[in-house]
Design a protein around this ligand. Structure first.
Ligand code: M6R
Length: 614
């Protein structure tokens, strides 16, 4: 969950690396650092806090000019977020500088060995241990890539490591296991990074590094080997988005920009997935139709917001396909000995494609011979690479730590999967599938309409800026929407927020209600009359206890008016698709409220975008 950059070429390495770090800061922002090689020495700057602190330090104490450097932006695991624990870490005689993303699980033993040999650690990190181990190899005559290969063989856990040798001003070397690393292929220059966003302004040609591989880049060459030293097959790809997608484009926050990109992101995720007769063609699903017909159970695994997308998927998939579908937190999945087998389809949802909990869960499922399908937004990331099949969402880069367009496009991908399974298994008629596809095709306009009428939600955020607690209620697919609304508020505004299935209120949470407590309620469309009526009863219970109701209901639903202190209107859509429009006001509310509280919306405290530790 840290961001890593490496550069070699004719540009000023410090600037190139720091610019890259700026685009990776969403991955972690507890501290940042950079190291360059110049004049046969390593030169280093690192500072606790956000990248701005490092930039200030570099402005006051510039590093020498160099064409080779590495950098790091940290999300702390071992050791607090201070200057000393910041990366890069130097080896004892300052021969090697190294940055690390991940966790070295056997570092205590390795550290003990090094200390027994007389070395003194300066930091509390597991990463420093690796710098010393690599330096031992280099000082014994190994080339840096050889040294890294040897040391990786001794490490347990997850890691991306990037290192430079003070005596070799031509090469940056990196290794990866279960943690992301991509190579940016330039003209007379090359890059390493946790994510292509770091080098997209210089090149859109990239190579995804496989598991347990080491890469050595110079200005003109890229050598990839496995940990045992054999040449590895490289998988080049072209990044289909550009710098403008990775910039704020006039918005105050990436999150706000990404909320407003949702009509486009949803449209892009639908693009090319169906023909004129609304027959679905999901080319990326590399599981045969026969196999899909033999599936007797679906298990959706995911974390956080992606998990809530999975909850919505369950309603849609079971309704359209009649295949039993479970949804499980990826972090819990493998620890409860789940019942999965060759006729189970495991659907792993992950925006980043690097979430360690989800990755470990799919590996467990594959050991039980289940087929794994990933829903992912990040080309070249680990989860889709290890899955048997993938549906890519085409949201473009999501930089704000709080997921927004990632969520909506995950919903779209899950709807497509459900409809595709229904088509393959014949559980829905073609015209029924076509009707839903027509509705999905209209969704970008519906979402745009919600955004066009968003001012009342912005005003509401101003009104509730000091609310100590906010509750969210929903039933059916409105329940995951309520959970998502609460998560957004927790992670951005740092206030108590909880989502409940509205029917559960009376079983306990109703005790939380008091005068003026804001309670948001997602009211289902009127077509499901029983469901609709039940939510109105729940609203009545809330109002009777003096709480303030903010009711999200479709236009023309006049029955809700007596129960709403504030009414937020949604376009008319069918029940199963309602999360695509109902989530948007809740995203905007959390973004605006956090912004008014003076919080950093894109980089909320204690969080990181991509959680690559379990
Ligand atoms: O990259 P992933 O979709 O696997 O990430 C899963 C969660 O970490 C993520 O959705 C997290 O909950 C977001 N910060 C929520 O806004």
């Amino acid at each position: 969950m840290c961001g890593i950059v490496g550069y070699v070429g004719p540009q000023a390495a410090v600037d190139t690396v720091v610019n890259g770090l700026r685009r990776l800061e969403y991955r972690g922002y507890d501290s940042a650092g950079v190291a360059v090689v110049a004049g046969g020495r390593l030169h280093l700057a690192k500072k606790a806090g956000k990248l701005g602190n490092l930039e200030k330090e570099l402005a006051e104490h510039p590093l020498p000019t160099s064409g080779l450097g590495i950098g790091h932006t940290r999300w702390a695991t071992h050791g607090g977020p201070n200057d000393v624990n910041a990366h890069p870490h130097l080896s004892a005689h300052e021969r090697v500088a190294l940055v690390h993303n991940g966790i070295v699980e056997n570092y205590v033993r390795l550290r003990g060995e090094l200390e027994a040999a007389g070395l003194t650690m300066t930091s509390e990190t597991d990463s420093e241990v690796v710098a010393h181990l690599v330096a031992q190899q280099v000082e014994a005559g190994a080339r840096l890539d050889e040294a890294l290969r040897t040391v990786c063989g001794r490490l347990e856990g997850t890691f991306t490591l990037v290192a430079v040798d003070s005596q070799d001003p031509t090469a940056v070397v990196a290794a990866r296991r279960n943690s992301p690393l991509v190579v940016g292929v330039g003209q007379g220059e090359n890059f390493l990074a946790s994510d292509v966003a770091a080098f997209i302004e210089h090149t859109r040609e990239a190579i995804e590094l496989g598991q347990d591989q080491v890469v050595r880049i110079t200005a003109d060459a890229i050598e990839v080997t496995t940990f045992d030293g054999s040449p590895a097959e490289v998988r080049p790809y072209h990044v289909d988005w550009d710098l403008s997608a990775a910039e704020k484009g006039g918005y105050d926050w990436f999150m706000r920009k990404e909320i407003h990109e949702q009509p486009r992101a949803v449209a892009d995720t639908l693009l090319g997935r169906y023909d004129a007769n609304a027959r679905l063609t999901l080319d990326e699903i590399r599981i045969s139709e026969d196999e899909l017909r033999s599936i007797d159970k679906i298990v959706v695994i995911a974390c956080g917001t992606a998990f809530y997308a999975g909850m919505v998927a369950k309603y849609a998939i079971e309704h359209w396909t009649r295949i039993p579908c479970e949804v499980e937190l990826a972090s819990e999945f493998r620890y409860r000995d789940p019942i999965v087998g060759p006729t189970t389809l495991v659907v792993a949802i992950s925006q980043s494609g690097e979430t360690a909990d989800t990755l470990m869960a799919i590996r467990h499922a594959q050991q039980q011979r289940a087929r794994v399908l990933a829903v992912c937004n990040t080309n070249g990331s680990t989860i889709p690479r290890e899955a048997d099949a993938v549906i890519y969402t085409h949201a473009g880069p999501e930089i704000g730590v709080a997921s927004t367009k990632g969520f909506l496009t995950q919903l779209v991908a899950c709807y497509l999967l459900g409809l595709y399974l229904a088509q393959v298994r014949g559980t829905k008629f073609g015209d029924e599938i076509a009707a839903v596809m027509r509705e999905l095709a209209a969704m970008p306009d519906a979402i745009a309409a919600v955004l066009d009428g968003i001012q009342p939600v912005l005003d509401l955020a101003a009104e509730f800026v000091d609310a100590p607690s906010v509750l969210f209620l929903g039933r059916h697919v409105g329940y995951p929407v309520a959970l998502e609304g609460a998560l957004k508020l927790k992670e951005l505004a740092y206030i108590h927020a909880e989502g409940f299935a509205a029917g559960e209120l009376k079983h306990g949470p109703i005790a939380l209600l008091e005068n003026d407590l804001p309670v948001f309620a997602v009211v289902p469309p009127k077509g499901r009359d029983m469901l609709h009526a039940k939510v109105l009863s729940n609203l009545q219970e809330v109002r009777a206890r003096g709480a303030r109701t903010v009711v999200l209901a479709e236009e023309d639903d006049h029955d809700v008016t007596p129960y709403a202190d504030v009414l937020i209107r949604l376009p008319r859509v069918s029940t199963l698709l309602q999360p695509l429009v109902a989530t948007v006001p809740l995203q905007v509310f959390a973004c605006e409220l956090a912004s008014r509280k003076g919080h950093d919306v894109d980089q909320p405290r204690n969080l990181a975008k991509s959680v690559t530790v379990e």
